[in-house]
Design a protein around this ligand. Structure first.
Ligand code: DAH
Length: 339
């Protein structure tokens, strides 16, 4: 009996430090036909029945134990091999499919709207979204442009079929929404798209962009309007540019002015862009007309205000030296990539 235990212990010890190739040898050495454990069975004939039973079952038990240990060892070794293999063959799929996407950038118009808006925001203006589909009331009537007024002729309008709606011809329409929705003080800009039914050429497009400005409060003056616009122009072009205010007419402002800046390309000497005059017309502005205040139920005796409208494409073209507006809408990548 001691012998069996000793032999089993010996076999298990050997198994402990065995490699995969050694395992079969150990199996043969102990459990084979002439294996050390098998041999014990051959000595049974000289034993008493009692001892035969005991020894026989001890041998069987030892056989089972060793067999189990061998199978466990085999599994342990093959797991280790597999683990090692997986470690060596590890693939980082996060780099396996790495494409480099080309980075885009803002369109010149978006960029110009952002640059212009940022300057006004730094001067304390809020930004209002506005809407592109309007009614006659917002686009004309409330802006002191009655049904049969000739001022409507200068803004050929797209009307939506069979409806009272139209595509706004000017961001000025948003002035009315803002004043209907809130009380003074108001200091806001409205960047956005406007539509006019006109032929496209180097300086016209049926779709273009404006930035409207509206400031309303008590004692708002024309000199504040001048100061604000001068600051805006200087910052946008990064230089002190002379401005001049020419008397003009808009139905929704009184007095009204058109503003010219010294030509940014020739400095005032006269060139192709300023058509030899040395000046560039860049915006319209004025003091809010009392009729506009009446339309939104503001007391024109109590409040004053100024408004202005800037053409985004005009500024983009001047800033980036583009001489044909169509370039801004054709979206030729070879051109867009230059900005
Ligand atoms: N809405 C005018 C246009 O589209 C531009 C304009 C002029 C806006 C004077 C104003 C303004 O707010 O005061 O031609």
């Amino acid at each position: 009996m001691n012998n069996i235990e000793e032999i089993l212990k010996e076999a298990l010890d050997k198994l402990q430090s065995a490699q995969l190739a050694d395992i079969e040898n150990i199996k043969v050495e102990y459990l084979g036909k002439k294996g050390k454990i098998t041999e014990i069975l051959k000595t049974l004939s000289s034993l008493s029945i009692e001892e035969k039973k005991k020894t026989g079952s001890a041998v069987n038990e030892a056989k089972i134990k060793l067999n189990d240990a061998i199978e466990a060892k085999k599994k342990e070794i093959s797991n280790k091999i597999l683990e090692e293999k997986m470690k060596n063959e590890k693939v980082d799929i996060s780099t396996a499919f790495s494409f480099s996407f080309p980075k885009g950038h803002h369109h010149i118009i978006s960029k110009t709207i952002k640059d212009m808006s940022d300057i006004f925001v730094s001067l304390g203006f809020d930004v209002y979204g506005g809407r592109e589909i309007e009614t006659d009331w917002y686009n004309f009537e409330a802006l002191n442009i009655p049904k049969d007024h000739p001022a409507r002729d200068t803004q050929d309008t797209f009307y939506l079929e069979n409806s009272e709606y139209l595509l706004r011809t000017q961001t000025s329409a948003a002035q009315i929404h803002i004043m209907e929705e809130s009380k003074p003080p108001i200091k806001v800009i409205v960047p956005g798209r406007v539509y006019r039914n006109e032929a496209t050429d180097a300086s016209h497009s049926s779709i273009f962009h404006q930035i409207e400005g509206l400031v309303v409060g008590e004692n708002i003056t024309f000199s504040e309007l001048k100061g604000t616009l001068q600051l805006f122009i200087n910052r946008l072009f990064g230089q002190e540019l002379d401005m001049r205010f020419r008397p003009s007419h808009f139905q929704f402002t009184e007095p009204s002015a058109e503003v010219d800046i010294k030509c940014v390309l020739c400095g005032g000497k006269g060139c192709r862009v300023c058509k030899g005059s040395g000046w560039l017309e860049v915006l319209g502005c004025g003091m809010v007309h009392p009729n506009v205040f009446r339309a939104v139920k503001y007391d024109p005796e109590k409040y004053t205000g100024y408004a202005f409208g800037l053409g985004v494409e005009r500024f983009a073209m001047l800033k980036y030296g583009i001489d044909d507006m169509r370039v801004l809408f054709e979206n030729d990548l070879r051109v867009l990539r230059q900005f």
